[in-house]
Design a protein around this ligand. Structure first.
Ligand code: NCD
Length: 317
């Protein structure tokens, strides 16, 4: 298969075709095997990744770094911009130009929606969006989708319940958009407090593909039918009034009690971090919980696949 991702930006799910998604998934399988058997190899030797994180990150930052290093590449890791020229007032445009001179790929996280997309105008190397404010988080959505499909390889129709801060959560924006484009039939449950509903734009995008969408604030009504329960953190940093955050931060608390009518095959996902008890720690070791196991592991394999495909023209592993 031709590698259509070579040299390309990944700033939104709009950049991903179904064909490219299949290519990424195939390469992800190879990466999983590679890590398990040998830890990695040196196919990206001589390439450098700059990870420019203008917002806090644990997993996304370190999994991209790990992915690059497992494939033999070098890294410029900037997590937070203290001690850089940004503190001296350097513009975003200049910062991007500087790093695209030194690196072969930029992974950018920024609080402002659209900044990674804008940086493509200044960058001479591919840009990956690692989260832009309340916008998108495409690499997360790719591994979440991969994880869901691996758990349900044969189920043509899936009931996916997205729970929590659907207004501000970039992971659920990208995930809804990506799942909608796949060849599975999805019944979406968008479950949130009224002030945190899924944006109209995302709903319109999903509706283009004729999937069923139910919207509610009542989690208990939807748990029993769900195949996937994707729980999210209420995004405190996006609230202008702390009092409003306090009112909704613990709106949902998934625990074994609420799961009593859940399907045996249910999978419970979360992009992490769990911040306000939205999933009770008693579920961390429940076999249905995969946020600390396969979901997390797949993040590394998918990011290895993405870097390999974006940075190396050859289509074969
Ligand atoms: C998410 C993010 O940054 O959007 N974290 C992550 O990348 N796994 C989710 C969150 O912070 O709530």
């Amino acid at each position: 298969m031709t590698n259509m991702l070579f040299g390309k930006n990944l700033v939104s799910i709009d950049d991903i075709s179904l064909q490219n998604l299949n290519l990424i998934f195939t390469r992800t399988e190879e990466m999983k095997k590679l890590v398990k058997e040998k830890g990695g190899d040196s196919r990206l030797k001589g390439k450098i990744l700059a990870a420019l994180f203008f917002e806090p990150s644990t997993r996304t930052f370190s999994s991209f770094i790990s992915a690059m290093q497992r494939l033999g590449g070098g890294i410029i890791p900037l997590n937070g911009m203290t001690n850089t020229s940004i503190e001296k007032g350097e513009s975003f445009e200049h910062t991007v130009k500087v790093f695209s001179t030194y690196a072969d790929c930029l992974v950018i996280r920024h609080p402002q929606v659209g900044l990674p997309k804008k940086s493509c105008l200044y960058s001479t190397v591919p840009v990956i969006n690692a989260g832009d404010g309340i916008g998108e988080h495409p690499s997360q959505a790719i591994y979440d989708t991969y994880t869901i499909f691996k758990h349900f390889p044969h189920k043509k129709e899936l009931i996916v319940s997205l729970v929590g801060d659907l207004k501000n959560g970039r992971t659920v924006h990208s995930l809804a958009k990506l799942l909608a484009k796949t060849n599975r039939k999805i019944h979406f449950n968008f479950i949130s407090p009224k002030i945190l509903k899924m944006p109209e734009e995302i709903k319109r995008n999903v509706a283009l593909y004729h999937h069923k969408i139910d919207e509610t604030d009542k989690l208990s009504e939807k748990v029993g039918m769900s195949d996937v329960l994707y729980v999210t953190r209420v995004q405190k940093e996006r609230f202008t009034k702390l009092i409003e955050y306090e009112m909704v931060k613990s709106y949902y608390q998934v625990d074994s009690q609420i799961l009593k009518n859940a399907k045996k095959e249910l999978i419970i996902m979360h992009p992490l971090p769990i911040a306000a008890g939205e999933i009770n720690t008693e579920l961390d070791t429940d076999p249905r919980s995969i946020y600390l196991t396969s979901q997390l592991q797949n993040g590394l394999y998918v990011r290895m696949a993405l870097l390999d495909l974006i940075l190396r023209k050859e289509s074969n592993g």
